[in-house]
Every structure is written in structure tokens, then in C-alpha cells.
Design a protein around this ligand. Sequence first.
Ligand SMILES: [Mn+2]
Length: 412
Amino acid sequence: MRVAIISDLHFGFANTSEREEDSFIQGSEAIELALEGGADLILIAGDVFDSRIPTQDVLAKAMEIFQEPLHAKSSDIKILDSINKKRGEIAQAPFKGVPVIAIHGTHERRGRGLTNPLHVSEKAGLIVHLHCQTIVLELNGEKLAVHGFSGVPERYAKDVLEEWNPKAIEGATNIMLLHQNIDEFLYTGTDFKSLELADMPKDFDLIVNGHIHWSCQAELKQGGKFLIPGSTIRTQLTKQESEIEKGIYFFENGELEFKKLESPRDFHYKTIETEEGTPSSIVSDIESVLKEIPKKDKRPLVKIILKGSLKKGYSKTDIFITELGEKFKGDLILRIAKNQLESKSVLDRTELLSKNVGRALSIEERGQELLKMHLEGVNFVFGIAQDELLGILSEDSKEIALKKIKEAIKIG
Ligand SMILES: [Mn+2]
């Protein structure tokens, strides 16, 4: 059985910006590569959508992409069995073509009982969605068990995984999908323990983790391979992202094979060091770097990191980034980071108050940090998880959030 593995498509990422079509173009290429590459089955390890409530336009575009595997030549995969998911709950339409099985990630996760966009896609008959569930498939006498562990708040990941306790199905190839932080691949610390490779269940042939956007692999001590496929789109313009290629994987006969995506924009990550620089000297340094970037039909992404110090009397706001962006708009998409530039200006000192400078946090993590900071300020005793509270707040249900906080205070 030839299995295609994709992750973190982030449909709808950078909506209403110059990159708004990228997630669809790259996601669509990923699905096409899987089909052209002869996949019998497509697995997606979460963050299919960039938001928990995508707009109808985003939903429609994603659904159009998911029509492709439905119309592909049937791979004749049969469902043999399922665990924690009733047969009647499994969408049948995907099995008329090349089935797509997906878990939801951090970006799609909603509060308990609320419908996320993967539930919607499943109800529409486009995909099979798994959360703490297993589906056992068969093709030409070969058995494959897919175990899905959708994204859960990091601090509960270990407990939820232990409670679910997935077991490898005997006589089958076993693949697990999850979408969490994994300690060994984290560069910034968290105040709680993430899952580690040692926490992965044993006797699995392959464990696929989404969430982390750059691809890497490891051999598990308890046996089996561990794969992070990486995202199909660059959502964070980090140095690491500039050093890797975007693509999908195939898993067949125990071997992994990488296929590169051709549609992603080139991404250049450049650091400019300056000592006692003036805004005009810095702008001319930036311009000379930008002039060296090869032109492409698809405008490359360029991230410039300014480091060093500004001459006394100048503020970072004197460096006119918008004008530079305008000037090079036809050739590239420019992002400039000034937060590593030292300034003696009082105005800029306020930026140092931002605790998160230099830390690669997702928007959700930033939200959680902020919420935590504020709640600590009022001596709030946690009877309710911040993650849950943030989830409720981001759904705009202030009344429910207040009710939960009041309940929590009573318990506390
Ligand atoms: Mn992601």
C-alpha cells in the first residue's frame, strides 16, 4: 500500500494579503503530487485550515481541492474495522476515490462539543476525521491501521495520549497521526512538559507528527520511524524555514520517500549587521541586499533581520520600511524585523517590555502568554485551563468564559 503523507496546509493563511492564494496553490499541488505519485491513501497530520472558523470562501476553496482525490481512480481500499468510531460515522464517499484521512490540529481545535472545519469536511463526505480513533483498512490482502490523535492543549497531551493508549493492530502496518509539540524538536522552552519521543507508543511502523513546520525524521528507540512532514506553506519566516524544502512524503514497504513541491515561493532570509547606523545607511544596506535577490515570476519572500545598533538620536521608526516595501513591491514580498536593532531612543526602549521578543511563538501561544500574564496579575487560581479559556474567548463567547471563571473561582 502506498500512503501519501501531508501536513499543515493552513488553508486560508494570510487571507487578504498578497500571499492569500499561496496556501491553496501549494495545498493543491501537494494533493496532486500524492495522486500522481500513485497514492492509495492520503494522510494529513492536522492544521488543514488556518483557522477554527474559516470563511465560506476559504471553506469552498478547500472543498474544491478535496474533490480531486474523490474523483481519482478508486484505490479499492476497504474498511475492515474501526475503534472508537462507529462504522456509520465513517464517511463512505472518500472510499470511492483515493481516501483522505485527517486529524485536526491546533489551528482548527475548538471547545468541546463545537464543530470544527474538519468535522464539516467529513460531514460533506470529503475526508475521514479521526480523534483518539483508529480505522483498519485493507488493500489486496495488506492491512493498514491508521490511528488518529488530533491536537489537544499541550499541557494535557501526555495524559490524553495515555488515557487513549493506542495499541498496534497485529498483522497490520500501523501508522499514528498526531499534532503536538515534541520536546526533542523544540527550540524554545515551555513552562510545562511537552510530549517526548519516548512517549510515543511502541510497535508502530510510523508515527507522523504535524504542528512543527520544518520536516525532520527520527528512528524511535521503541521501534518504528518518526516523521515530521513539515508544512506545505511557510507561515513563520524563520531562518530554519529558509533552509528547508517544502514537500510531501510517501510511505511504502516501510520506507519513506520525499517529493518536493514546486509551487512555493523562493524564500531568502538575510541578516544585516550595522554599528551606529543611521536610517539612511541602513536603508541603503537593505537596498543593496535586495538588488542581489534573483527575480522570479512568483515574487520571492524576503525577510531582513536588522542587527546591531542605531546612532544616537535616531529611532527605529526613522527607518522607513513601508517605502522600501513599495519600491520593491513588483519584484518581492518584503518583511523587515527591527527588534534586534539596539537603539538609545527612549521611544524604542518600550519595545523591550515585550517579553516575547526573539521567541518563536504562534499567535495562539502568544494569546495564552498574554492571558496568563493578566490572570497572574489578579492572583487568579486556575480551576480552569487557560487553553480552554482562550478557546472560549476566541469563539467570542464572553458569557460562557465569565461563567467558567466564576465557577473556577468557587472551586479555587
Ligand atoms: Mn501548523
